[in-house]
Design a protein around this ligand. Structure first.
Ligand code: CUV
Length: 637
């Protein structure tokens, strides 16, 4: 086994994760002399100034460091105050997060265009009804027109999401009127994503925008260009091309790997390559090739966000969230891990080498040193996916590693698209408002919470996600989930109708009547836009105020780690949602910029940020906010 860089200290594996499968694999890795992310995290001492975002390295006169204990005692060499420094840092984090999602969305649009123009023939339009509905919503004439013609117009319209330099993004048509009015008044309606990200980068250059209140506006605009822009394009067009999710049973956790099968894991974010792999593994030629090597078949499994997306859409099994991607390779059972973009740790290359697993990169935007690159081309997907399968099957035939697969596996119901939630809890047949709004007004459902985002080895894996959600549903708060958080709760068994027994009396009654779990899984990170759409639908259905900020709702990313999470958090805040982050927040408490984020924005009519580390404390903040909104709406009792 190749030598790994050793760590200098270790703590018990059970201190680092509540995921039993990951714990077992971490312990095996230690025995094998292999170092995983969870151990590297214990060994790392994050810079105490950087963690407070009190350091500026936007020019080379510095880096300038501000003392977090006395932040106004000093300014940077250029004179930048702590507020300017922190605002610029957050601005660039949000710009990166927004760029990531918009890059993803633009790729999805490009694929859609390829289908329309027939340069892409391996994919097609799966949901024509959604195509028509979306086109109508965006003001495109659909009457007596072919699907192709409507699709062409939809493509041109959505292109503006990225390329506009002025005007308003197409999806602004979906924003509740009062919310949009506020954005217009403050000049933060996003124009085009490329424009917003470029302007954000330019304004944060040394000596440019140095008023944190003014920077805040562009931070909001850049974030809104993500949630109501590229991410929404990604979700909506992926549904149109690959099918709109509806409830489906899927298995989660490392026990989905099968010792007697060729195991292929797809990990990353964009659905196209994964969809291509799905076609490949069902090809009788490869099934036979696997059997010829003594395998019972080919087992295709997902991880992280593309895993969450494929699980929601097709019920593909899911092996685990962000903190488990290295650990899963320790099973020795993974014949190939195929990745595209985002959240793919470079550490995977070394772990894959130790366990003789093929790590294969497929996107021209993400190569990894030590991995094999096989370019995925949507006009010719099979060239890539066939080569991946040949490598995986051949590795199965010559497996040299002892196999140890944790037997943890949990079934759950996945695939709650916003359309399905509306269908399930929508309509006007039961009361004066929609049944969801009715149940909120009558208090059976106290409010709605979005619990989303990554896992972060700074906190015990999955612990904050699970304990937070447990507390929320106990208090009759309906929980909507995406991303790695959804996987944490799926592993813990909360995405089952039986979990209604853990909910408070009101929520459990609704769950039992409708036959749904108290925790609804909506998909990947870009599918957070389903929460925006559901929130807009709740406002439009009536009885819960005029804007998203009026809703008894709150959001949380309890174990966040990525810049994308900051962009998502900010677009929820700017859309009107109180959003609490766990782990920590990159702004210094007690500074003016921090006060703007955590207090001032709400006074301006937006949502606001919150931060707490303990799950019960986070739940208390969210429930207090929900109760505050209920009392403002006059529906508290
Ligand atoms: Ni996009 S951003 S770790 S995979 S949720 Fe998972 Fe989700 Fe965070 Fe990454």
């Amino acid at each position: 086994m190749p030598k790994d860089i050793p760590v200098t200290k270790q703590v018990p594996a059970s201190d680092l994760t509540t995921c039993e499968a990951t714990r077992q694999m971490l312990e095996k890795a230690r025995k094998d002399g292999v170092v995983l992310n969870l151990d590297r995290a214990v060994d790392m001492k994050p810079c105490p100034i950087g963690v407070e975002s009190a350091c500026c390295k936007h020019c080379f006169m510095g880096p300038c460091r501000i003392n977090p204990r006395d932040p106004y005692k000093k300014v940077g060499i250029c004179g930048a105050t702590i507020d300017t420094i922190t605002a610029r840092n957050l601005a660039r984090n949000v710009a990166t997060g927004s760029a990531s999602h918009n890059d993803h969305g633009q790729h999805i649009l490009h694929l859609f265009k390829g289908i329309i123009e027939k340069s892409v023939t391996d994919f097609s339009i799966a949901d024509t009804r959604k195509l028509q509905n979306l086109a109508t919503e965006l003001g495109i004439d659909t009457e007596d027109r072919s699907v192709e013609d409507v699709a062409k117009d939809l493509c041109d319209e959505l292109e503006k999401t990225f390329s506009n330099v002025d005007g308003e993004m197409p999806f602004m048509k979906r924003v509740p009127a009062a919310t949009l009015e506020l954005w217009r008044k403050d000049g933060i309606v996003p124009r085009g994503a490329m424009k917003e990200v470029m302007e954000m980068m330019s304004r944060t250059h040394i000596g440019c925008d140095q008023d944190y209140n003014h920077l805040m506006k562009q931070i909001s605009r850049t974030a809104l260009a993500d949630g109501w822009g590229g991410s929404m394009v990604a979700t909506e067009l992926s549904d149109i091309m690959f099918g709109t999710p509806s409830p489906i049973v899927a298995e989660v956790n490392m026990g989905v790997l099968k010792e007697d099968h060729v195991n292929v894991i797809v990990h990353g974010h964009e659905p196209a390559m994964f969809e291509g792999m799905l076609a490949g593994v069902n090809d009788p030629f490869f099934i036979q090739a696997a059997k010829d090597k003594g395998a019972a078949g080919i087992n295709l499994v997902g991880m992280c966000c593309s895993g969450a997306e494929m699980m929601s859409r097709h019920g593909i099994p899911h092996a685990g969230n962000f903190s488990s991607t290295e650990a899963v390779l320790v099973t020795g059972a993974v014949d190939a891990m195929v990745v595209d973009i985002q959240c793919i740790k470079q550490g995977l290359a070394q772990v894959a080498k130790c366990y003789d697993t093929h790590l294969i990169t497929t996107s021209d935007r993400a190569h990894i040193e030590g991995a094999t690159h096989i370019q995925f081309d949507e006009t010719d997907p099979r060239t890539c996916t066939d080569e991946v399968l040949i490598k995986a099957i051949s590795r199965f035939g010559s497996r040299s590693q002892p196999i140890q697969i944790p037997n943890q596996v949990q079934k759950g119901i996945q695939g709650f698209s916003h359309e399905y939630i509306e269908y399930m809890l929508g309509g006007t047949f039961r009361g004066s408002y929609s049944p969801l709004n009715d149940n909120i007004i009558n208090g059976r459902i106290r409010g709605v919470a979005g619990v989303v985002g990554c896992t972060n080895p700074k906190v015990k894996q999955d612990y904050v996600h699970v304990e937070l959600v447990r507390e929320l549903i106990k208090n009759d708060v309906l929980v909507l989930q995406t991303g790695c958080s959804q996987i944490a709760l799926s592993k813990a068994g909360f995405l089952t109708p039986e979990a209604a027994a853990l909910a408070g009396p009101g929520l459990s009654e609704v769950c039992e009547t409708v036959g749904m779990p108290p925790v609804l899984g909506l998909g990947s990170c870009v599918d957070n836009t389903r929460i925006l759409i559901a929130a807009s639908a709740m406002v439009k259905a009536g009885g819960l105020g005029n804007s998203i900020a009026d809703l008894p709702a709150a959001g949380c990313a309890p174990e966040w780690m990525s810049e994308k999470a900051l962009a998502i958090g900010q677009y929820f805040v700017s859309s009107g949602v109180y959003t609490v982050f766990g782990v920590g927040f990159p702004a210094l408490s007690g500074t003016r910029f921090h006060d703007l984020l955590f207090n001032g924005l709400e006074q301006q009519g937006y949502g606001k940020w919150g931060m707490a580390k303990d799950p019960i404390e986070i739940a208390r903040l969210m429930i207090d906010h929900i109760d505050k909104k209920r009392s403002q709406l006059g529906i508290d009792k």
